[in-house]
Design a protein around this ligand. Structure first.
Ligand code: ZN
Length: 312
């Protein structure tokens, strides 16, 4: 039995949210289907934000419905507040991620809330979910996604004590899970190991996800650092799509195909067929002509020595 690792494809949310062009719903669904064929089963499919703020996500409910129609999928969505979470719940999200900034400056600049106000909003979302369950509704998992946990483009350093305290506050507010995000690609493996160890001491198994950007080339190194600590759920985006709004041209999330290649080569079970995933990457390149993609394995090809255990 190989050790299973879950990959959450976040390209449809994190990758697309900073693109200027609005990708048609049909193209998003073709992308989803291609990765589903490759064995990907978890998708952060959309963000429930006002369409006026982010026209790219105006079709969030339709994309969630499309993802749910694919057998075995687990659909994550992002919601910045109670209103968004209500829409995410109504659309049938299995996991709703509430982003909370560990950096007070980023929190105020990005969502115009202090960290305390964000935790209060999270508590309201958890209560709304519980009410919905009592009424026979859908039991979505609520994750607190701690953004800028490793540093911030506005205030620079984010004190680790504050990240740990924010995680504790989120769990007290009712979050089922906390996950740390290196939103701007500042983290290094030693820092990642240190902070995950500290948060794990207070959150235990409720610390699961890891969201690394490859902005400065350390994305996979950071994944390795937390694999050793027992973390088994990772966000990534096909083709490393996305970027950093503060660093034009910078690469985005860890590339799904590179992450899957590393994990499968090491003997972990991602459930993913690498060749089919590379085909999905080619489809994405066709959907977004001219868009730089950042992964390595699609360009280099799989090594001749690579044997995909999934299809062995
Ligand atoms: Zn991100």
């Amino acid at each position: 039995m190989r050790d299973p690792v879950t990959i959450v494809e976040v390209g449809l949310r994190d990758g697309l949210q900073i693109l200027d062009r609005v990708v048609p719903t049909a193209d998003k669904l073709a992308w989803l289907a291609a990765e589903h064929r490759a064995g990907v089963r978890r998708f952060e499919a959309a963000s429930f934000v006002p369409p006026k703020l982010l026209p790219q996500m105006a079709d969030a409910a339709a994309v969630v419905a499309g993802a749910r129609a694919l057998p075995g999928t687990v659909v994550h969505t992002l919601a910045p507040n109670l209103k968004g979470a209500a829409a995410a719940l109504a659309a049938g999200s299995d996991v709703i991620v509430l982003p909370l900034s560990a950096s007070e400056a980023h929190s105020r600049a990005n969502i115009r809330k202090s960290r305390e106000e964000s935790v209060e909003e999270l508590a309201r979302v958890c209560r709304a979910r519980d009410e919905s369950v009592r009424g026979g509704g859908h039991a979505a998992r609520i994750d607190a996604g701690i953004s800028t946990a490793f540093g911030c483009t506005i205030q620079g350093e984010v004190p680790e004590d504050e990240v740990v305290r924010l995680c504790e506050a989120c769990l007290e507010a009712g979050a089922d899970r906390v996950a740390l995000a290196d939103t701007v690609g500042y983290a290094d493996p030693a820092q990642v190991r240190r902070l995950y160890t500290r948060v794990k001491a207070v959150a235990g198994d409720r610390l699961q996800g890891a969201h690394f950007h490859d902005t400065r080339g350390l994305g996979l190194a950071n994944v390795l650092a937390v694999l050793d600590l027992g973390i088994r759920e990772f966000d990534s985006s096909l083709g490393g799509l996305g970027g950093c709004p503060h660093a034009p041209g910078a690469s985005g999330n860890v590339a799904t195909e590179d992450l899957a290649f590393m994990l499968e080569s090491m003997g972990f079970d991602t459930g993913i067929d690498l060749e089919a995933l590379i085909e999905a990457q080619r489809l994405l390149a066709a959907i977004l002509p001219g868009q730089p993609l950042h992964g390595k394995i699609a360009a280099a090809g799989l090594p001749k020595s690579f044997r995909s255990p999934v299809h062995a």
